[in-house]
Design a protein around this ligand. Structure first.
Ligand SMILES: C[S@@+](CC[C@H](N)C(=O)[O-])C[C@H]1O[C@@H](n2cnc3c(N)ncnc32)[C@H](O)[C@@H]1O
Length: 211
């Protein structure tokens, strides 16, 4: 680590550093995507109701799943953190995409967030791709970088997506490497939530916004 960064890290408590970092991200987001700070905050406040439901599900999950997966990782909800989730919500409200594509559904936090934003826009559909690992599964065919994000045995990926948001949703089960190109048909408006940038470069051509 750079010596200045290390000094700052040592001097500033973690919660303060976290909140400074979040404020910097918000500032840059407002500059590049929103008209004003209050526009971002307005969208974000719409998201609070869903956040309460998701936090409650997360709490229950943590109580129930305390073991490790067959591959030896602590079982986790695997969810997108709340701050980026709120930003994705606000971005979709602002950009009003016709099509969203996400890779990695698991229990369905990001899926619920995207679908709520589309519903409030009264426009757009979400195509999701997931290759799930279940809580009772034997060692599977996953990359070494996959950690302990699991779907409880007997449930479907995206099980926590509220019923009233499912009308705008298509779910494909399979590996992104095989499913992504079909989900991103060329020449359509698209807005993409994915961490797999190499995959995107390889399988998808065209303009998109990614996270
Ligand atoms: C971190 S979780 C996603 C969390 C989700 N976005 C949320 O906010 O709740 C990653 C998911 O991607 C799945 N996955 C792993 N490898 C995959 C692949 N090659 N293609 C598609 N999904 C994959 C995992 O099994 C897991 O369900």
């Amino acid at each position: 680590m750079h010596p200045i960064k290390a000094t700052v890290k040592g001097m500033v408590p973690d919660p303060v550093r976290h909140s400074l970092k979040e404020r910097m991200i918000d500032r840059s987001l407002v500059r590049s995507m929103f008209s004003t700070r209050s526009e971002l905050d307005g969208f974000r406040s719409e998201f609070d109701e869903l956040l309460g439901i998701l936090e409650e599900q997360h709490r229950r999950f943590r109580e129930e799943f305390t073991g490790t997966t067959a591959r030896g990782h602590p079982m986790s909800f695997g969810n997108l953190a709340w701050e980026p989730a709120a930003r994705i919500y606000a971005l979709i409200r602002k950009r009003r995409p016709d099509r969203c594509v996400e890779t990695g559904v698991c229990n369905g936090v990001s899926t619920s967030v995207i679908l709520l934003a589309l519903e409030r826009n009264r426009n757009g559909r979400l195509w999701s791709i997931d290759y799930p690992e279940y809580s009772d599964a034997p060692v599977g065919d996953f990359s070494d970088t996959k950690r302990g994000a699991i779907v409880p045995a007997g449930r479907q990926p995206g099980w926590l997506v509220p019923d009233n948001l499912r009308g705008r949703w298509e779910l494909s089960l399979g590996k992104s490497q095989e499913e992504l190109a079909a989900a991103c048909s060329p020449g359509r408006d698209r807005f993409l939530h994915a961490r797999q940038r190499a995959l995107l470069r390889e399988h998808v051509h065209g303009d998109f916004v990614s996270f």
